[in-house]
Design a protein around this ligand. Sequence first.
Ligand code: NAG
Ligand code: NAG
Length: 100
Amino acid sequence: ALQEAHRVLKPGGRFLCLEFSQVNNSLISSLYDLYSFQVIPVLGEIIAGDWKSYQYLVESIRRFPAQEEFKEMIEDAGFLKVEYQNLTSGIVAIHSGFKL
Ligand SMILES: *[C@@H]1O[C@H](CO)[C@@H](O)[C@H](O)[C@H]1NC(C)=O
Ligand SMILES: *[C@@H]1O[C@H](CO)[C@@H](O)[C@H](O)[C@H]1NC(C)=O
């Protein structure tokens, strides 16, 4: 997907990715894990009658590459000036790179 984004961008184009990422603060991480694994699947069951999909959602978020690893993957796809910003201690990160 990263290579395809690089292919379709015009020179000078910017790639941005907003994704759930890894939390860099142990207190927030504990609260976030509690919310993710104890609350979200329960809400999924109550609202959508589907515990498993919401369980899968929080598990798949945990498998997404960490900030530095994803930065390297973007660089490997050919992007330059790759950087990222952690939001709310890394619950979400915005990665950015340019096709030059
Ligand atoms: C962002 O968070 C990650 C993982 O929690 C951490 O390794 C990294 O140093 C942080 N980077 C910045 C720029 O805050
Ligand atoms: C954690 O992320 C926040 C942004 O949410 C950042 O301000 C802080 O420097 C980061 N801390 C570490 C240790 O990377």
